[in-house]
Design a protein around this ligand. Sequence first.
Ligand code: SAM
Ligand code: SF4
Length: 458
Amino acid sequence: MDFSEARPAVGVGRRIYIETYGCQMNVVDSETVMAIMAAEGFGRAEGVGDADVVLLNTCSIREGAEQRIWHRLDELAALKKRRRSGMVLGIIGCMAERLAEQIVAERPVVDVVAGPDSYRSLPMLVGEAVAGARGVNVELSKEETYAEISPVRLDASGVSAFVAIMRGCNNFCSYCVVPYTRGRERSRDPETILREVRELFDAGYREVTLLGQNVNSYNYELPVHVNFPELMRRVAAISPQLRVRFATSHPKDISDELLEVIAASPNICRAIHLPAQSGSSRVLAAMNRKYTREWYLERIAAIRRLVPDCAISTDIIAGFCGETPEDHAETLSLMREVGYEFAFMFKYSEREGTPAAREMADDVPEEVKTARLTEIIALQNELSLESNRRDVGREFEILVEGFSKRSQEKVFGRTSQNKVVVIPARSAHAAADHRPGDYVRVRITDCSSATLQGEQIV
Ligand code: SAM
Ligand code: SF4
């Protein structure tokens, strides 16, 4: 006799809340975890206050990210003590993977520890915690892609969703902890991706962002070979009313084939995030980025040639090991030469266990890192403002996402180039307010370095 049939689902009568830190991949992971837990009967809590299970989905990318989470953990530990009824507290994600032993040894308040590839075991681990034991699973997998699980969307907009198409990373950039916390690269079955995107479109979503640490190296082998350009072609064919984005691309994999697919598909957005990290070929070699400044610039030229209206954004690390003033100047000159629309900019943060931490000295003094980062940010603000000024007077189609934070009289949406445009919620041409999910043609009337202002045109 099968007794599992009679077992009550562990989640029945319990509510769960997930607090998410870090990258977009973690956002999808939290949604995947929610789907796994919902299948076991868990309800969704509004916040920590009404949750029986609180999970922190964590990030290890920089020291600062981990510090914030340790701090938050202490706050939650105090809350757990104050509560009379039990609360299960779990750490999941990259920090759980990287620091499982330390968490188990130093934080008895933590009941569950689960790495990015062990989310299917979370109901069991929480069940163990409810029974008074600790649930720990940080095994990495070569196959897990959570392919058939449709994430429970946690954002309220209902317009734009992230879809994970691959997991892990094989690039081993010398500064980066991701290959150790998220394991080897693996691509998800394209049929399950297409099904998920179709379901999102049918549910009213009008934009998907295909996600991976190195999304353009997507490669599904069997039974039929599907590479990233082919996957993009198929996703874009679902509907011309669906916008398709992707992040993050590694420069080494940004092929002409991909650029040609983008050029041929008006609903693939004209925005490529192509992290350079540094403008110095010497530093890029030390970072193990597998390209030079010249090679990167040749790819930028290819984007300009094949997709002329494409916005380009980047990630930059200031003060990597051995970075000289000349190297830093090369980063600034690369930024000017490309004219990035947008950038994420960071100070180098040494991560234990990475090749850079093992083999190179973190020798740029903190105040020099800060000064270089400040210069990089100031330059990017200038470049963003210049780029936005060029848009004033131009016409774009935006996809409305919601009301502006500052005023209920205004709504905001994004251009294909991923720039935020704020417009009046109702224009003279329209009988009703613009709603999330509407496409609106606008002319840009004004700008700051962060936002464009516009008005509807017919
Ligand atoms: N896979 C993507 C890529 O290669 O561009 C992004 C990975 S990571 C989540 C996002 C960014 O964090 C990286 O592009 C890099 O700029 C930054 N980063 C990663 N490790 C870092 C470190 N040790 N210190 C500072 N920034 C780091
Ligand atoms: Fe980290 Fe490099 Fe992989 Fe990006 S490509 S996740 S920076 S190792």
